[in-house]
Design a protein around this ligand. Structure first.
Ligand code: HEC
Length: 149
């Protein structure tokens, strides 16, 4: 009994630590309004473009840091597109919410490619790193073609 209780507490403690660590690495506040969603996602897109442009010249820890940021950004894309959030200067298409699974699948390809790019940078595998960047770059155009006006 005592040991069961202890392990439940231990797991709860570990989960709490994990949550704090995740927040420290990747502070993300989902948008509260459609206007906020548009502003946040347009800024994120521009940031990703900047990261991708630089990433080809980076190696080692700098490459890992760049692709970690890009991976985190990609993982937030679905949350930045709440249903029907086409307001102001948004170029988002309604097709996003008609095919949200396809939309999300593209972001998942980007997350997976960023993960493999991180592993490649850690291993010093320049060819695998370049291939990962190419895959990530492909997701930009693939998504825009279907989901941006
Ligand atoms: C899963 C879909 C998706 C992916 C992946 C994606 N984009 Fe976008 N992007 C969009 C949509 C949709 C918009 C329009 C957003 C809006 O205006 O509300 C957009 C807008 C943009 C904009 C215009 C931002 C502005 O200031 O108006 C830029 C620049 C951009 N994306 C760059 C990129 C780059 C670079 C990548 C790849 C690293 C990328 N995007 C990946 C869907 C995507």
């Amino acid at each position: 009994m005592i040991s069961t209780k202890f392990s439940v507490l231990a797991v709860a403690g570990l989960l709490a630590i994990g949550t704090v660590a995740a927040m420290a690495q990747d502070a993300f506040t989902p948008p509260a309004t459609p206007e906020e969603a548009v502003t946040q996602r347009q800024a994120l897109m521009r940031e990703d473009g900047g990261i991708l442009r630089q990433a080809g010249n980076l190696t080692g820890a700098e490459a890992v840091a760049a692709l970690t940021k890009l991976r985190d950004n990609y993982s937030h894309i679905p949350a930045l597109f709440p249903e029907g959030s086409i307001v102001g200067e948004s170029e988002a298409l309604p097709a996003i919410w008609e095919n949200f699974d396809a939309f999300t699948a593209i972001t998942e390809v980007g997350v997976a490619a960023a993960e493999s790019g991180i592993a490649a940078a850690e291993a010093g595998d320049a060819a695998a790193y370049a291939a990962a960047l190419q895959t990530i770059g492909g997701t930009c155009g693939q998504c825009h073609q279907q989901f941006r006006s």
